[in-house]
Ligand binder design. Structure first.
Ligand SMILES: Cc1cc2ncn([C@H]3O[C@H](COP(=O)(O)O)[C@@H](O)[C@H]3O)c2cc1C
Ligand SMILES: O=C(O)c1cccnc1
Length: 349
């Protein structure tokens, strides 16, 4: 995507010198060699991403993108479409799960409407509406190619804005009734995964609803035949605007050397889209948690990422990533605040 490259610039390779400096420093801290396990590798990864041997990850920035899905009328979600707009309003009032966890970690928060069916009039909503809900993928494309590109562009810009506001790590989240259906279709299209293996119950479908959802994904893929080698085609035909925006935001953060802490199934499918658009973005991703949605384990494996937490969550909104944030913050505090054997006068081996 040429315009995207122009807008992003290059996503820089990892900073090996900073990583090496951190690795050496971690080995001088007052603890048995390697005893802080994954925290140690995380600290080194964060140095490689940011280019700083003593990285800072606070404050994190959380962007929640909201959009509706035409396919929601096909009985693929346990909840009705109007919940998307209602949850967007709830987010601006600070009452959603992600608001609570965002406050807990002192995060900057941004809520972006990229295509909710009914416009929400609230001062906290950033209005970047592409259209009122995507098309029903059982009958038509989710959106045009131009609209898909626009969703990515909005994501890039939103990330650049929150980074300019001071965010040191990016978390992307979403609300959009029906978006686990769209994410499953994207994942199947990009990886040829069998819908039976990756389609889950989303918000809590009954057995019957779950079977219907699998059939919907299968039929939508058979109708549109998205081109796996063309991520924009996949996004346009079976995706969603908030998923495109999340992919764009992930690219936008990485282009500023800002690490991305991934949430659940939907956010991680967006990350896979981003990786297919620009493979180097993979170096800037940390998996926050593993969601209950079966496709999440699959997409994490495809990306080669091991999640920090496994708490049986299935909420989305960025919630699992926000809950994982204190772990990455701990890794940076370890580097910055622990004494070394030399400074503390503790005997080395
Ligand atoms: C009250 C409520 C709050 C939510 N917050 C996130 N989601 C999550 O559930 C939806 C996806 O699941 P499905 O594909 O089954 O519709 C998305 O809105 C997602 O963000 C919610 C869902 C509900 C009902
Ligand atoms: O894993 C997720 O992100 C998820 C799962 C179910 C419903 N909403 C989000």
């Amino acid at each position: 995507m040429k315009d995207l490259e122009k807008q992003l610039g290059r996503i820089e390779p990892l900073h090996q010198e900073a990583a090496e400096q951190t690795r050496q420093h971690v080995d001088q801290l007052t603890k048995p060699l390697g005893s802080l396990g994954r925290l140690e590798t995380l600290a080194v990864e964060l140095a490689a991403m940011t280019g700083e041997a003593f990285p800072v990850v606070s404050p994190p920035g959380i962007i929640v993108f909201a959009a509706d899905h035409g396919v929601a009328t096909e009985g693929v979600s346990a909840y009705p479409q109007e919940v998307t707009a209602q949850m967007l309003l709830n987010l601006t009032h600070g009452g959603a799960g992600i608001n609570v966890f965002a406050r807990q970690i002192g995060a900057l928060q941004k809520f972006v409407d990229v295509g909710v069916a009914v416009e929400v009039d609230a001062p906290g909503v950033c209005k970047k509406r592409i259209r009122a809900a995507s098309g029903n993928i059982l009958r038509e494309a989710a959106m045009s190619r131009e609209e898909a590109k626009r969703s990515i562009q909005i994501g890039v810009e939103s990330a650049q804005e929150i980074v300019a506001d001071g965010a040191k790590v990016l978390i992307v989240g979403e609300v959009g009734i029906g978006n686990t259906t769209a994410s499953s279709a994207i994942l199947s299209a990009l990886t040829e995964a069998d819908p039976d293996e990756i389609v889950g119950r989303g918000t809590g479908l009954t057995d019957e609803g779950w079977q219907r959802k699998k059939a919907v994904v299968r039929e939508a893929l058979a109708l549109h035949r998205p081109d796996a080698a063309d991520p924009i085609d996949v996004l346009a035909k079976v995706g969603g605007m908030e998923i495109g925006a999340m992919a764009g935001a992930i690219l936008g953060a990485a282009s500023r050397r800002v690490p991305v802490l991934l949430d659940g199934f939907i956010a991680t499918v967006a990350a896979l889209l981003a990786v297919r658009l620009q493979p180097t973005v993979a170096d800037y991703l940390i998996a926050g948690h593993r969601s209950q949605e079966p496709g999440h384990a699959f997409v994490l494996k495809t990306l080669g990422k091991e999640p920090l937490l496994d708490l049986n969550l299935r909420l989305g909104e960025g919630s699992g990533a926000a809950l994982a944030f204190p772990i990455i913050e701990a890794s940076t505090r370890m580097v910055r605040e622990m004494a070394t054997f030399a400074s503390a006068g503790v005997s080395d081996r």
